[in-house]
Design a protein around this ligand. Structure first.
Ligand code: NAP
Length: 390
């Protein structure tokens, strides 16, 4: 059946990260006739998969292949380098589209709220990981040339990500897409100790088992924990999956407690029950806070549907967002039912489209191939835009 594109609803999805793509997928599964615009302020799609997932976790990044397939659908447009508030207002979006899905995630580091937090050697994980991942707004990383001791605050998977990337050898990072300057800075840093610091006990850590176990398999780093802190059990009142996850964490950490500090060039210390009340120069050369994220104030109103982290807050893995986005897609479809079509000109400003992104992708993959890596990211706004234009 041929569909007349002017005779169907138009949906804008603001934020071309995993939640945005999963929302598009959910919409098209029920309403393949819809016209969908995936709008992003960056000239590149995939949001957190490109800028947040650790560069050595290429398996996790492989999810983008599903998203790429969506971009080949004739009525799905990618619109990169379009910033809401600069190129288009929320009001214009609402006027031009039959529904607006907000998938903007959370991209501001949560603050500890303690004295010393603004010292120059304290970095939020978003900024730090964005640097590792070549985000064009975060091209300058911390000076690592004299960094021996690192404090990583938080007991979630992001804390493990940053500790692991610092602890891995250049060989272990060889198949990653870490930006070369970050990889070189880490390789040259005189690192000896990385302390992963939890404010509560090990039975409350939000690590997941695979990610925690990986810390025990690093070639130039040994993971250690104080056995005294591990004389606890997973909370019996927790739902079974949580209790099992925590019990597994404790088992892995007990394994780490048998390791010998200093037996490899870098020691990764798991430190528990240490709330942070202030940060002072001296103890660590670099502090990375990995304590969650915040979002910006989002528009509310009829026909606006938040999804993903923008809706639920900064928790959940990429697959968690699939079910959530599909559920929101069903709400959008219910909202569109019997709703008159909006008429009017195409509301989308000129942007980096899917072909523009493919030119960036091709250039990055070609540079990566020259040095045996998945890609070398373009990190300069002008170069990104010029490459997209071809
Ligand atoms: P998270 O899992 O919520 O962990 C945040 C950590 O910060 C918690 O340990 C929390 O401790 C701690 N924290 C919060 N405020 C603090 C404070 N004021 N002082 C000290 N510690 C504080 O969040 P995340 O690590 O940012 O990860 C976000 C989501 O992405 C999670 O769902 C995570 O699983 C997911 N993720 C997954 C992967 C992966 O699958 N490989 C990788 C990265 C991220 P309390 O528990 O005491 O509050």
């Amino acid at each position: 059946m041929l569909i007349d594109a002017s005779m169907t609803h138009r949906v804008a999805i603001v934020g071309a990260g995993p939640s945005g793509f999963y929302a598009a997928d959910g919409l098209l599964r029920t309403r393949p006739d819809l016209r969908i615009d995936l709008i992003d302020r960056l000239p590149t799609p995939f949001g957190l998969v490109r800028a947040g997932v650790a560069p050595d976790h290429q398996g996790t990044k492989a999810v983008v292949r599903q998203f790429e397939r969506l971009l080949t659908q004739p009525d799905v447009r990618f619109a990169g380098n379009v910033e809401i508030g600069r190129d288009l207002s929320w009001g214009e979006l609402q006027a031009g589209y039959d529904a607006v899905i907000v998938a903007t995630g959370m991209v501001i580091d949560r603050k500890l709220g303690v004295p010393g937090e603004d010292l120059p050697f304290v970095w939020g994980s978003w900024k730090f990981v964005a640097w590792l991942n070549g985000h064009p707004d975060f091209r300058q990383g911390p000076d690592l040339s004299a960094v021996r001791k690192v404090g990583v605050i938080g007991n979630g998977n992001v804390a493990l990500d940053v500790a692991r990337v610092l602890a891995k050898s250049p060989e272990e990072m060889g198949k990653s897409d870490i930006v070369p300057e970050a990889g070189e800075a880490i390789a040259a840093a005189p690192l000896t100790d990385i302390c992963i610091i939890g404010r509560r006990g090990p039975e409350q850590a939000s690590f997941t088992g695979n990610e925690l176990a990986e810390m025990g398999r690093l070639s130039r780093a040994v993971a250690v924990a104080d056995p005294a802190a591990l004389a606890v059990e997973a909370p019996t009142g927790d739902p079974t999956p949580e209790r099992l996850r925590k019990a597994k964490n404790l088992e892995i950490l007990r394994g780490f407690s048998k390791n010998v500090p200093g037996s490899k060039p870098i020691t990764v210390h798991f430190v528990f029950n240490r709330p942070i009340t202030r940060i002072e120069p001296g103890e660590f050369d670099l502090v990375l806070t990995c304590i969650g994220y915040e979002g910006v104030e989002l528009p509310k109103g009829e026909g606006i549907f938040p999804v993903g982290w923008a809706k639920r807050g900064p928790t959940g893995t990429i697959p968690t967002n699939r079910g959530d986005s599909h559920a929101v897609a069903q709400q959008v479809i219910a909202w569109l039912k019997d709703r008159d079509l909006k008429s009017g000109p195409d509301p989308l400003p000129l942007s980096v489209d899917a072909d523009g992104w493919r030119r960036i992708d091709k250039a990055e993959v070609a540079s990566g191939a020259r040095i045996g890596r998945p890609r070398v990211k373009l990190t300069d706004w002008k170069v990104l835009l010029d490459t997209a234009e071809g």
